[in-house]
Every structure is written in C-alpha cells, then in structure tokens.
Design a protein around this ligand. Structure first.
Ligand code: TXA
Ligand code: MG
Length: 319
C-alpha cells in the first residue's frame, strides 16, 4: 500500500509517463472518473484491484480511443456491435466483446469477453492517443462506494493510492456507462447508464434488460448493494416520509421540489433528467457527510437517464 498523497493536474505527459511505468493514474471521463492502468499488463491491472479493494471476480472496463485499436485485442467484432460503436463512440456505452490473449485474464476475471469503450472526455482521449496500450479503468472509488464525478472526490478517497489524478473538471454525464452484451437473437443491457435505452433501441435487435441477475452476475455492477453511502437511504414519497421522521434526523434528496426547514439536495429544480444525473453522486456524497440518521430520496421519472438514476438510487438503498 502506498502512503504518499497524490498530485492533481492536467499534464497528460506526466500521466503517460506513470502509466508506462505500470503505475495508476485517475482519469476523467464523461461518465465518472476512472482508476486507470495499462490493460495489457497483469501487474499494473492487479494494482487497481488492490487500490480499490475490489474483489478479483469483478472485471474491469478497457478504454481505448479508436475502433482500430480495439480490434487489436478483440477476437471479432459482431456487425451489431460495430454499428453501435460507430453510432455512439466516443460515448457512455460499454460493449462486452470476445477478447484475444492480449488482454490478460485478471482484467476480465477469467471471462472470455472484455468490456470495452471509447470515452468522450477530450483530455483522456488525448492521453489514450499517446499510448500504445489501452487503459483498464473501473470507477475511481473504493469498492461499493459512490463513484467520483470530480478530481476532488478521487483525492478524498484514493488520494494515498494513486500518484496522479488527471483533472478534467466535473463529469458531463455523471452516471456510469450503459453496459450491453450480445446473444444469438438479442441484445442484453447488463447495466443501465449514461446511454439511454431509448437511444439504443433503433440500433439493436430485441433488447432485454437484465440489470439484476444476481444469481450469475455477468456485470457485478449488478450486485444489488453498490454505490452505497454510509447513511441509510430510504426511497419513497418524501412528504409522507417527512411526517414519520423528525426534521433534524433526516436529509432529503429530491428530484425537483424544495422542502422547507430540512437539509437537502435538489437534483434539478427545472426537472431535467440530464442535470439530475450530473448531480446525483455529488449529492449523495454531500448528504453522506451530514450528521443525520437517514437520507430520504424519491424516484425520478423512469425514462431516458431517469432509469439509470432510479437504478443507482435503489442500489444505494439496498443494504
Ligand atoms: O462509465 C464507466 O463505465 C466507468 C468509466 C470509468 O469508464 N467505469 C466503470 O467501471 O463504471 P466499474 O468497474 O465501476 O464498472 C464496470 C462494470 C462492473 O460491474 C464489471 O463487473 C462490468 O463492468 N464488467 C467489466 N468487464 C466485464 C466483462 N468482461 N463481462 C461482464 N461484465 C464486465
Ligand atoms: Mg464502479
């Protein structure tokens, strides 16, 4: 375990140098910050698991900056996957695809497919362009906690684990990528995320949502209790819940409404689901610092990014 504090900056050459030495670097993406290492290097990838205290059965997403580079570590690229990649990369969409030996088994936890995406953040794209290997990067938070959407969030929790944090400002999307895989006759959504199902539909055969298959988690982001703050989260009708608890013992996480006399975070006063997604993890982190017994939250409309928000809220509430 390391103990020195990390440095935060915007120097992609410093980031490149460290990554080439097999070190960890936190990188900004449009979804959340990632904890990155050389995806072709077993030792480097193992450092990610160690720093996050992530169980070795939970595989990593591999980031690259072009489809051409991705092909170098894939066995093949199904037609449907290629069309989705062309339509939505760079962007918040992760595809599960058959890998070749260039990707070591630790990265995929022994699975034959690798999760791949091209992120949309300009700084990370520039960094990836400079590298001759892809970057394995899960979200840069300790395992099971809320994902980071600013460089400061990363420094708060992994500051003594990662030598350099590449600061790309607050994340534009704010929830993790949508993960999909391909089966013979259908496309499966394993994690709801920053790319809405409605946007994917025209490009896919039959879509099946499977974000909760807990018996055999294909994507352990499917683990039910995840993204969990320290303070218990209760989901329901906020007004009703406020009648059951004393105002001092709760904090409210509302979609658009303001509640007098309580500590609260409103995700989007104008009712914009994209803005709500941007604010979600910051809100949970801020509320989690308060001295209260419960966070009272409500679901948001269940379409567009609202589905991903509701998914994260239920996981934050699962114990
Ligand atoms: O937006 C994102 O996807 C962010 C940024 C940094 O790119 N990354 C992210 O990574 O959310 P992580 O590790 O926190 O979540 C990745 C999820 C995990 O639940 C993992 O189990 C699943 O992807 N996954 C990764 N590789 C997989 C594979 N080969 N097969 C099935 N699931 C996989
Ligand atoms: Mg994560």
């Amino acid at each position: 375990m390391r103990s020195q504090r990390s440095e935060t900056g915007t120097d992609i050459y410093r980031a490149k140098e460290l990554l080439e030495q097999g070190e960890l670097v936190a990188i900004p993406t449009e979804t959340v910050y990632g904890l990155a290492a050389n995806a072709f290097d077993t030792e480097a990838a193992l450092r990610i698991f160690e720093a996050k205290r992530r169980p070795s059965f939970d595989p990593l997403i591999v980031h690259t900056n072009s489809l051409e580079k991705a092909r170098q570590f894939l066995l093949n690229l199904p037609k449907e996957a290629q069309q989705l990649a062309e339509a939505f990369w760079p962007g918040p969409l992760t595809l599960l695809l058959p890998k070749n030996d260039k990707i070591p088994d630790v990265v995929t936890s022994g699975l034959p497919s690798v999760a791949v995406r091209i992120p949309r953040h300009p700084l990370s794209l520039k960094l990836l362009e400079q590298l001759d290997f892809p970057l394995a990067a899960p979200s840069a938070n300790p395992f099971g906690y809320i994902s980071p959407t600013t460089a400061a969030h990363v420094a708060d929790q992994l500051g003594d684990q990662v030598p350099y944090i590449l600061d790309g400002g607050p994340c534009e999307v704010g929830v993790e990528s949508t993960i999909i895989g391909f089966e013979e006759s259908k496309t499966i959504v394993y994690r709801l995320g920053g790319m809405s199902v409605e946007d994917l539909e025209p490009y896919c055969r039959q879509i099946e949502l499977m974000p909760y298959s807990s018996s055999n988690p294909q994507a352990p982001g499917q683990l039910k209790s995840h993204y969990a703050p320290r303070i218990p989260v209760l989901i329901g009708n906020i007004e009703e819940m406020l009648r059951q608890y004393r105002k001092e013992e709760v904090a409210v996480l509302s979609f658009r409404d303001f509640y007098p006399e309580v500590k609260q975070f409103t995700l989007s006063p104008s009712g914009d689901l994209n803005e709500a997604a941007q604010n979600l993890f910051k809100a949970l982190r801020e509320l989690d610092k308060l001295q209260v017994g419960y966070i009272l939250a409500e679901r948001v409309p269940d379409y567009g990014l609202g589905r991903a928000i509701n998914d994260r809220l239920s996981r934050a509430a699962a114990r």
